[in-house]
Design a protein around this ligand. Structure first.
Ligand SMILES: CC(C)(COP(=O)(O)OP(=O)(O)OC[C@H]1O[C@@H](n2cnc3c(N)ncnc32)[C@H](O)[C@@H]1OP(=O)(O)O)[C@@H](O)C(=O)NCCC(=O)NCCS
Length: 155
């Protein structure tokens, strides 16, 4: 059976969805004021249906000779460009940290491409520290520079 259609409130975190849908679908353009006022329109503005705008994928790491995981490794984290800087990425990290603590895990790790210093800065703002460089980490990804920076957040 099909899921019921969900009509979502417009919030600070999803307000760019309204702009994006209008820009893609409608021939007319609305001024910024249209979109800022939308946040005060209560039940007269809705989004339909549930639309994901970001995603995180992580896995548990069980080191050799261990029987339980000792860290969580972030494999991918991405937020669609119009929806960045609204706290979604931060929420993903907080969520992973909560999941770690539930399992008595005290570390989250990740790798960042060395050519993305802005992503490193973002992670550092979330409490991550540099562990070191890993040469050839991205050698199969056809990147012109295969070096990664290993980072970690301990808590
Ligand atoms: C990295 C990424 C996931 C962050 O997601 P996001 O939802 O935009 O991040 P948030 O809005 O939660 O950022 C939270 C904080 O970081 C700050 N921030 C944002 N970009 C920053 C940057 N380049 N450097 C430092 N801080 C930054 C914000 O100002 C905010 O600070 P505050 O909590 O004090 O207000 C997103 O930018 C992205 O998808 N980038 C491209 C994909 C990518 O390269 N992913 C990583 C490779 S695995």
């Amino acid at each position: 059976m099909a899921q019921p259609i969900a009509l979502d409130d417009l919030t600070v975190n999803n307000k760019e969805v309204l702009r994006k849908i209008n820009e893609v679908v409608l021939p007319t353009r609305y001024p910024d004021e249209f979109y800022s006022k939308a946040l005060q329109s209560g039940e007269l503005v809705k989004l339909g249906d549930e639309i994901p705008v970001g995603a995180v994928k992580a896995k548990l790491i069980v080191p050799q000779h261990h029987s339980v995981p000792t860290s969580i490794y972030i494999e991918s984290i991405a937020v669609l460009e119009p929806y960045r800087n609204f706290g979604i990425g931060k929420k993903f990290i907080q969520h992973l940290e909560e999941q770690a603590k539930i399992s008595y895990i005290h570390e989250i790790t990740a790798h960042i491409w060395i050519k993305q210093p802005e992503i490193l800065e973002w992670y550092q703002k979330q409490g991550f520290e540099i562990k070191g460089e890993v040469e050839n980490y991205y050698k199969d990804q056809k990147l012109d520079e295969p070096t990664a920076i290993a980072i970690s957040k301990k808590f």
